[in-house]
Write a protein that binds this ligand. Sequence first.
Ligand SMILES: Nc1ncnc2c1ncn2[C@@H]1O[C@H](COP(=O)(O)O)[C@@H](O)[C@H]1OP(=O)(O)O
Ligand SMILES: [Mg+2]
Length: 356
Amino acid sequence: MASTEYSKELHIALLAVQRATLLTKSVFHSHAKGTLDKADASPVTIGDFGAQALIISALQHNFPDDEIVAEEEAKDLRENSKVRQTVWDLVQNSKLSDDAAEKELGGAIASVDSMLDIIDKGDSKGGSKGRIWAIDPIDGTKGFLRGGQYAVCLGLMVDGDVKVGVLGCPNLPVDDSQPLTEDIGADATDAEGKGVLFSAVQGKGAASRPLGKGSLANESTIGMKPISNISDATFCESVEAGHSSQSDSVAIANKLGITKPSVRMDSQAKYASIARGAGDLYLRLPVRKDYVEKIWDHAAGDLIVREAGGQVTDTEGKRLDFSHGRTLKENKGVIAAPKDVHQHVIEAVMSVLGSK
Ligand SMILES: Nc1ncnc2c1ncn2[C@@H]1O[C@H](COP(=O)(O)O)[C@@H](O)[C@H]1OP(=O)(O)O
Ligand SMILES: [Mg+2]
């Protein structure tokens, strides 16, 4: 492997997200078969803890001095032996079939207690200095539960700037050119042709590759679709009306002359979908004034879209600022679009939100 800047970080991030995403798929299947019921916990909880443990152990093995911001803490696992055992069994059984890759990630976690300590390493406060990884082990929990879209998310920030981003999207089609539809990939966890790893390194573009099971398969470069007429755009938004205002998005679409209905999907799969040109715009319009977005919900997607030729800002046109700790407290909402139409979209957004 050529050793350009951040190539090792990218390589390890891809393998770590691949392994963790495969773990979440196996949780979904065990749940669907009913074999998880006796664990007394939701499959989201099991998958979240398992995926976070696997990713952090890989990062600690390779980059022991880096800080980590992750969504979960092990408190509940320490208090519930049944769930703890379920997660531990799962983590022990989650190995890449490529032995060399598994070795690069540091192999198996030594004990159940070290697994708990590893999960708790995700407690960094974040900030504007140093190397900090942001992890969302399962983003889009509702999508995960319904067999639809969710994402395993990992980003590396250096001095508050995202340098590497990886998204594991097990239920998106491998084919970058497949058009975006509401139920794309739904109930398709086991179907052929599903499961993608998206990645980007700052200044080096964005790529996709099949999620696969073993060594990382061939990557293809991805890019946003040029739009000659904004009224032909397809936009994505949350399924959850509580996460993004679906009435404001209709008003903004009207203003832009967009007639196609929105495509609703959970998770950062929205960022990935526009980055590969399957959709054009991603609107995330605040519903509650007091909600602050979390860095792990945006770091990877923000870089992947920008490296694919897009611009990502908040609803006022400000770039997402990852240097303020665990949250994006200086931003409200997210607007992602191809670079040359982004300002036009922001004007429509500001006019609609400003007139409320
Ligand atoms: N009021 C809210 N506004 C925006 N995002 C929210 C809100 N409440 C929760 N979220 C976050 O939205 C993310 C999912 O986004 P999407 O709708 O695009 O799939 C989750 O990480 C979730 O965080 P959490 O996991 O803490 O609930
Ligand atoms: Mg999330």
